[in-house]
Design a protein around this ligand. Structure first.
Ligand SMILES: Nc1ncnc2c1ncn2[C@@H]1O[C@H](COP(=O)(O)OP(=O)(O)OP(=O)(O)O)[C@@H](O)[C@H]1O
Ligand SMILES: [Mg+2]
Length: 435
């Protein structure tokens, strides 16, 4: 068979050209489709990027607004560089340079010199320890002669070996909180002064009694000395009596002075039964004058950590309220009972009266400041009592008596765990203070 070479020579290149154009065409179509997809994707990611950017911007804006609205200064400390950065409102608190600076140098420059060493020492201890949260209170040097009390709370991030990496935290201005605390203290003192006024009769009686006894004993002593051979034994007894009466009188003066003082809460071991007895001693004369039987029933209770003067203020106010409520009631017997008990790991002190009772809708309201049902009442006694009881970790409440007239106002204070494990039998010691 003869091969038509001329035909091949013609057809082969044409076929190759045709095949190449097919392949190129296919590649072109495919590439266009892919670039279209890519372009679409690019568009989508661009708009996503725009969205994310807008979200980020509005989030930053929100954070800025929050910072402006809040009084707190936010700070960030880098342990590696030692630099401290803070939010723009830092200038309101202290005279700090506008740029980040070394934290220790800033502490030296901005913290009041009375607090400086303490803060430095406590911060160094914290860094060396393993804790994550640092809390402290100190005073910053403000503009001019101003002093700004602040509270700092920072979270420290450490590496696996416990080495500090960075701290993020906030400084809060405590000026208002301090002023409120000061006002509350002044208010409590005013209430104590009012209480003193009410119990003056009792105090006078309490001081008068030992003074009278001292006079009697002194006169008897002088009479004995007129004898040729005065009995040394009798003279000793007389002198011991004089000493005891003098101690009693000065104790009353001490208690009254303590009530008059403006002071911070001082925690010590307190026997609540002793505090109750002293409060009843101060008020029994007033109760007697009003024809009210004031009784004290003391259960066997453990001592607690607290401030005896503040707790006495609470009890005096509860008894004072009970006496006021009972005086209103003219029918039936007038009684106010003070009771201490050990109940469910707590000490409960109740003041129960046979008075007019409390309207059910006011059982909570009477603990609010300036809520008074009396013509001359300040309406502060119970709100101060609630604050004091709360500061001792307890709570106070009022209820109307289920059986019989009147109301009972009680407060409960927690007992330390080690003390509460010891059993306390509830034997009652009853003291009558009406005759
Ligand atoms: N045992 C009670 N029985 C009836 N009402 C009571 C009793 N205890 C308190 N209240 C009511 O609660 C009110 C508030 O008492 P609170 O001790 O706070 O103020 P106050 O006695 O009016 O004034 P002060 O500040 O001088 O103590 C009283 O005015 C009284 O109306
Ligand atoms: Mg009162």
């Amino acid at each position: 068979m003869a091969i038509d070479l001329q035909g091949w020579m013609f057809w082969l290149p044409s076929f190759i050209c045709f095949a190449c154009s097919l392949i190129l065409g296919h590649l072109y179509v495919k590439h266009r489709a892919r670039s279209k997809v890519l372009a679409e994707r690019l568009c989508r990611s661009r708009s996503a990027l725009k969205r994310v950017r807008a979200q980020l911007r509005s989030r930053i804006e929100r954070q800025k607004l929050t910072l402006r609205a809040s009084n707190d200064v936010i700070f960030h400390w880098n342990a590696h560089s030692g630099l401290l950065r803070w939010s723009a409102n830092g200038g309101r608190f202290f005279t700090a340079p506008p740029r980040p600076c070394n934290a220790w140098r800033l502490l030296q420059r901005c913290v009041d010199k009375r607090d400086r060493e303490r803060v430095r020492h406590e911060l160094q201890l914290f860094m060396a320890g393993g804790a994550a949260v640092w809390e402290n209170e100190f005073t910053l040097k403000g503009r001019g002669k101003a002093r700004v009390p602040v509270r700092v709370r920072g979270i420290l991030v450490r590496d696996v070996s416990g080495k500090p990496l960075k701290m993020v935290g906030a400084l809060s201005d405590m000026t208002d909180a301090h002023a409120a605390k000061e006002a509350a203290r002044a208010l409590a003192r005013a209430a104590r002064l009012a209480t003193i006024g009410e119990i003056t009769a009792g105090i006078t009686h309490e001081v008068n009694q030992p003074l009278g006894a001292i006079l009697n004993n002194a006169e008897t002593g002088l009479f004995l000395l007129q004898r040729k051979r005065p009995s040394i034994g009798m003279l000793r007894t007389i002198l011991e009596d004089i000493r005891n009466d003098d101690l009693r009188a000065s104790q009353v003066v001490r208690r009254t002075r303590a009530l008059l003082q403006t002071r911070e809460m001082i925690r010590e071991q307190v026997s609540l039964n002793k505090v109750l007895a002293e409060a009843v001693d101060l008020l029994w004369m007033q109760a007697k004058r009003r024809g009210i039987a004031l009784t004290l029933s003391q259960g066997s209770i453990p001592s607690i950590s607290g401030d005896s003067v503040h707790l006495q203020q609470v009890i005096i106010n509860l008894i004072g309220n009970a006496l006021d409520a009972t005086e209103v009631d003219i029918t039936g017997s007038k009684r106010v009972e003070v009771l201490s008990q050990y109940v469910d790991s707590s000490i409960r002190v109740s003041v129960r009266d046979t008075g007019c009772g409390i309207a059910p809708e006011q059982l909570e309201d009477i603990f609010e400041s300036f809520h008074s049902g009396k013509v001359e009442g300040l309406g502060l006694g119970l709100s101060i009592a609630r604050a004091i009881v709360k500061a001792h970790g307890g709570h106070i409440y009022a209820e109307n008596n289920l059986h019989g007239p009147g109301a009972t106002v009680s407060f409960e204070l927690p007992v330390p765990v080690d003390a509460s494990t010891t059993p306390f039998p509830s034997t009652l010691l009853v003291r009558q203070a009406a005759d």
